[in-house]
Design a protein around this ligand. Structure first.
Ligand code: HH2
Length: 327
């Protein structure tokens, strides 16, 4: 009778390292564009950036995945637009997301879906600030403001937000860096090619993974130069922002390369078009299962923050993933 072997989980072995002080272990790294290198042969500075534990963001530990619930207080967001423009309804939805497992809430007052129209500063403040003020009174989770505009970020921080999520990585508004530096809050720097109006017209890259990495490295340097310390920087590959299906998949399959920047990684793929394309699901709010699959694929590559619409489904899947892979 043949006996199958019994396996048990092991602590980090000789020749292995822990990615970003978190739940993933690795013993080799891929050098882009080609070649593989053992951990023991890595340049010490590269190894330090890949492995050093990340500082907590708004008090949230980065050695475990965090769920950022999306609250779009816009009339035109691609999947939840028009639902939450009333403050009471937005607060109810946020309260439900926190009960379901969201540990951060991301409030947006301007859709950045492909083709979306520009929203004036005053209008964006009017949409977001009353909701943020109410949420910061009612709930104790950190609130993020999803904006490209420094004046909106400033008003949101004054109303109780404690994190800036800028899909232009401080390139849209030259004052964004000083607002973040002076307020002493973390900022998420996302990669985008072009602006929402035109970004999906014909996105082109020679090597999307290297170009996104290089761009984000430059934006991290710009943030550091503006007085924002590494402990308050998050990076994001910007799934769907000036990217084809192939670009999105290349970035997701090479996501762990972003840890070489030495800061936490956020992924926002929830309900996006490429999930609909791959699964033939037209309605954005029916892309829950695909979105959860992407979230787990991101966690498997060490992404610390998952920006999602479907908090309950993501939290349930994550609990099982963690029970199996990172108890
Ligand atoms: N995606 C959207 C908006 N903000 N922020 C980060 N950091 N990463 C993302 O991938 C990201 C983001 C777009 O999605 P959504 O907010 O659901 O839609 P809309 O822009 O139409 O409001």
């Amino acid at each position: 009778m043949s006996q199958s072997p019994i396996y048990r989980s092991l602590p980090t072995l000789a020749g292995q390292a822990r990615l970003a002080g978190g739940w993933c272990r690795f013993d080799t790294v891929e050098r882009l564009p080609g070649g593989v290198c053992a951990v023991d042969d890595l340049d010490p500075e590269v190894l330090r950036k890949l492995t050093s534990p990340r500082a907590a963001i708004c008090g949230l530990p980065m050695d475990r995945p965090q769920i950022m619930g999306i609250l779009n207080v816009t009339p035109d967001s691609f999947s939840d637009g028009g639902r939450l423009t009333d403050v009471g309804r937005a607060v109810d939805a946020a309260t439900q997301m926190v009960a379901q497992g969201a540990t951060i809430l991301d409030i947006g007052g301007e859709s950045t879906r492909p083709g979306a129209a520009y929203v004036e500063v005053e209008e964006e403040i009017e949409r977001t600030v009353p909701v943020i003020a109410e949420l910061s009174r009612e709930l104790s989770v950190p609130i993020s403001i999803d904006t490209r505009k420094a004046a909106v970020a400033k008003a949101a921080l004054e109303a109780g937000a404690s994190l800036i999520n800028d899909v232009s990585a401080m390139e849209f508004d030259p004052n964004m860096a000083s607002v973040a530096a002076e307020a002493g809050v973390p900022i998420c720097l996302m990669h985008a090619q072009g602006t929402p109006e035109t970004m999906q017209d014909n996105p082109t890259y020679e090597d999307v993974v290297r170009e996104v990495l290089k761009h984000l490295a430059g934006r991290v340097d710009a943030a550091l130069a503006a007085g924002i310390p590494a402990e308050r920087i998050i990076v994001d590959p910007g799934i769907g922002f000036g990217k084809t299906l192939e670009h999105n998949l290349a970035l997701l399959s090479h996501l762990s390369v972003l840890h070489s920047l030495g800061v936490p990684v956020l992924v926002g793929a929830s309900r996006k078009r490429f999930i609909g394309t791959l699964t033939n699901v037209e309605a954005a709010d029916e892309r829950v299962h695909g979105s959860v699959a992407v979230a787990l694929a991101a966690v498997a590559q060490g992404a610390q923050i998952l920006r999602v619409h479907d908090v309950e489904a993501t939290a349930q899947a994550l609990k099982i993933w963690q029970a199996i892979h990172a108890p």
